[in-house]
Ligand binder design. Structure first.
Ligand code: PLP
Length: 396
C-alpha cells in the first residue's frame, strides 16, 4: 500500500490569509460598496518597467525567427543572465563567478527546492517572526524546527544563541514581516556562529533592493566567511515587479561543502535532473533589469513604495507608536496600540476605518501584539489610510 508523506499531516492550518480574506469578505457583504484601504498586500501594484517590457517583446519576436529561436535553456540559467547577476554583485564589491549564480523561477520555489540538498535529519533554526514558508517546507520534510524568537528588546533582529545550534539557519534581511535589517556586525555574528558549528545559513534577500542606508549589507556575501557557510536566495518579484512573471536567482559559492559534498556541484545535479530551465523570454526580461536603464526604472518604482512607507512611518511617529522597518524595507511593523492583540486590532481598523493590515501573530507566536503594514499599495489609498488611522488613534 502507498504510504503518503505523513509529515503533511503535521502542518498547522495557516489561518492568516484565509482569515483576513474571510473577514474582509464579510465586511463587504455587510457594507456593500465600501472602499477598503488595503495595506496587507504582499504583491506589487506597479507594472513592469518599460525596459523590461521592451526586452520581453524582443524575446517573443526572437522566438518567431528560425535563426533566433530558443528551445530548452541551460538548466542552471542562461549565461547572459548569470553574468548580469554576477555583475550586479560586483558593483557592491562581491566577487562571484557566473557559475555560482543559478537562475530560478522565484524565491518561493527555490526556498522549497533547495531543501533537497539536506538530509531530513538536519535540524532547522527559524528566526521569528518569519515568512511562514520556512517552517512549512521543513515540516513537510519532517525536520526538527527550533524557533528563535525576537521582540522589541532586540529590534526584532535575533542574534545567535549558543543553546540553539541547528544544521540549517534561516535569515531574512530586510525581513518579512518586520522590515528589520541586520547590520554587518550582526550578520558577521551569524556567519561566525554558522562556521563554528558547521551550519548552513539560508539567506533570503528578496527585499535587498529596498535598502537605502549605505552601511547595511544587501548580501550575506558582503560578510567575511560567508562563502563557507551560506546560500543566498533572491527574487525579482519585489525588486522589479516580477511576482506574476516569475524569476529569481540563487548564489551557492564553490567553497560551500559539508561531509566532502560540494553544494554547488550538488545543485547542478539537482537542476539538471529536476528542471529544464526558466524560459528564454522571461530570462531576457530579467537581464534587462540589470542594465543601466532597467536599474534606473526599477528604482523609480521602488521609490513609489518607499514614499508609501514614509507616509505610514510618519503617522506612527505622530501617534508615538513603536515601529521598525519602513526605511529599508517595504514593510512597517508596529506595536498594536493600547495593548491590543493583533486580531483585535485588525478588526478595529477594518470596522472603524476600513483599513486592512496583517496581524503579526500569523508570523509566529512572538508576533502577537504587533501588526504589519505593506507599502505595495496605491499611494492615494496609503495616504488616506494613514490620515484615518491618525485621526482614529489620536482620539485615545
Ligand atoms: N521570501 C520572502 C521573504 C517573501 O516575502 C517572498 C514573497 O512575498 C518570497 C520569498 C517569495 O518570492 P517569489 O515571488 O520570488 O516567490
Amino acid at each position: 500500500m502507498i504510504r503518503p508523506n505523513m509529515h503533511y499531516g503535521d502542518l498547522q492550518d495557516s489561518y492568516l490569509f484565509y482569515n483576513i480574506a474571510q473577514k474582509t469578505r464579510s465586511y463587504l457583504e455587510a457594507h456593500p460598496g465600501a472602499h477598503l484601504y488595503r495595506l496587507g498586500i504582499g504583491d506589487v501594484s506597479l507594472p513592469l518597467c518599460g525596459t523590461v517590457i521592451k526586452a520581453l517583446h524582443e524575446a517573443v519576436d526572437d522566438q518567431s525567427d528560425k535563426d533566433r529561436f530558443h528551445g530548452y535553456m541551460p538548466e542552471c540559467g542562461a549565461p547572459f543572465l548569470r553574468s548580469a547577476v554576477a555583475g550586479y554583485y560586483k558593483k557592491r564589491g562581491v566577487q562571484l563567478s557566473d557559475d555560482e549564480v543559478f537562475v530560478s523561477s522565484g524565491a518561493s520555489d527555490e526556498l522549497g527546492d533547495i531543501l533537497d540538498l539536506f538530509d531530513s535529519s538536519c535540524s532547522v533554526l527559524v528566526t521569528e517572526p518569519a515568512y511562514p514558508a520556512y517552517v512549512d517546507a521543513n515540516i513537510m520534510a519532517g525536520r526538527k524546527i527550533l524557533h528563535l524568537t525576537s521582540g522589541i528588546d532586540n529590534g526584532f533582529l535575533p542574534l545567535p544563541d549558543k543553546g540553539m545550534v541547528a544544521d540549517l539557519i534561516y535569515i531574512c534581511s530586510p525581513a518579512n514581516p518586520t522590515g528589520a535589517v541586520f547590520s554587518r556586525k550582526q550578520l558577521k555574528e551569524w556567519v561566525d556562529f554558522a562556521n563554528a558549528n558547521g551550519s548552513v545559513i539560508l539567506f533570503d534577500a528578496a527585499y535587498e533592493a529596498f535598502i537605502e542606508d549605505e552601511s547595511l549589507p544587501h548580501s550575506i556575501f558582503e560578510i567575511d566567511g560567508a562563502r563557507t557557510c551560506a546560500i543566498e536566495i533572491c527574487s525579482l518579484s519585489k525588486t522589479a515587479g516580477f511576482t506574476g512573471t516569475r524569476l529569481g536567482y540563487t548564489v551557492i559559492p564553490k567553497e560551500l561543502e559539508r561531509s566532502r559534498m560540494n553544494f554547488n556541484d550538488m545543485w547542478v545535479s539537482n537542476r539538471t535532473t529536476k528542471t529544464n530551465g526558466v524560459s528564454y523570454i522571461i530570462q531576457k526580461g530579467g537581464a534587462a533589469v540589470f542594465t543601466e536603464e532597467g536599474q534606473r526604472e526599477i528604482r523609480e518604482n521602488i521609490q513609489v513604495y518607499k514614499d508609501n512607507a514614509r507616509v505610514l512611518m510618519d503617522a506612527l511617529e505622530e501617534l508615538g507608536i513603536w515601529y521598525t522597518g519602513g526605511k529599508n524595507s517595504p514593510y512597517v511593523w508596529f506595536r498594536c496600540p493600547n495593548g491590543m492583540g493583533s486580531w483585535d486590532f485588525f478588526d478595529y481598523l477594518l470596522n472603524e476605518i476600513q483599513v486592512v493590515g496583517t496581524p503579526g501573530e500569523g508570523f509566529g507566536a512572538c508576533g502577537e501584539g504587533f501588526f504589519r503594514f505593506s507599502s505595495f499599495g496605491d499611494p492615494e489609498d496609503t495616504k488616506k489610510a494613514a490620515q484615518l488611522m491618525t485621526a482614529l488613534l489620536s482620539k485615545g
